[in-house]
Write a protein that binds this ligand. Sequence first.
Ligand SMILES: N[C@@H](CCC(=O)N[C@@H](CS)C(=O)NCC(=O)O)C(=O)O
Length: 263
Amino acid sequence: MLELYYASGSLCSQKVKLVLAEKNLDWTGHLLNLLTFENLQPAYMKLNPKGVVPTLGHAGQVITDSAVIIQYLDEQFPHFPLTPTALESQAKMQRWIDLQNQFPMREVMYGNYRGLDGWVLRRSVRIKQKLLPQLIQTHPDLRTQYAAKLADVKQWNATVQDRQAIARINEKIEPMLTQLETQLVQTEWLCGTTYSLADVVWTAVLNRLEELKFDSLWADTRPRLNAYINRLKARPSFKAAIQADAMPLPMLLAGLRRTLLSL
Ligand SMILES: N[C@@H](CCC(=O)N[C@@H](CS)C(=O)NCC(=O)O)C(=O)O
């Protein structure tokens, strides 16, 4: 049985859900509320020492990190393969996945959401920074994991509060889109004629950039990318993994309450 620990609106969870949908696999979900910090609960930290989603449980194994999980799923469930057969194309796929992973999407998201969404997200990072020292005290067995998380959260918080730092990160988006456009002039999908794991990860990212209103960077000026995004969104997996990803209302309300009342 496949068990997925995930969160609504989580980009990394969406990548895994896209693969599960592409392969038509059954899975059991454990939906975590990141706004009430369920990902920092000791029981979850024991599964995923970085305190992030997603985490996959399968055949007695626990697998973390979306890039590892999607490749694991493609190896274990080879029907509807999402890895090209030619070695050269496989290397290309890895390069597209690495390029995406190296891009600081977390900072792009937390730094660029406006209005209530942005306020809630940025405040949740500040609350995490206050909460983690308490967790270090109350759970000495998880001290190393919580301390590493605190170090990461401090940096994350500092970056998203710094408008210039976010503007510098935003400047890196356009060159990345140019790379995609250049590739898509040559091939239908990123690694050739078939949809692959590289397309999976970029589906989640491009959709998020669109939500953040960066689509002006391709709508009129990058026709191949524009058409590619429409192809990605037309796939049934997009509907299953991304369009049906709204946070259940009780969870949202609990998250808002927590964010408003803490600090
Ligand atoms: N490299 C990891 C990153 C996972 C990650 O950052 N997940 C986010 C949601 S997309 C998360 O759990 N954020 C909550 C937190 O860091 O406290 C992966 O690809 O799985």
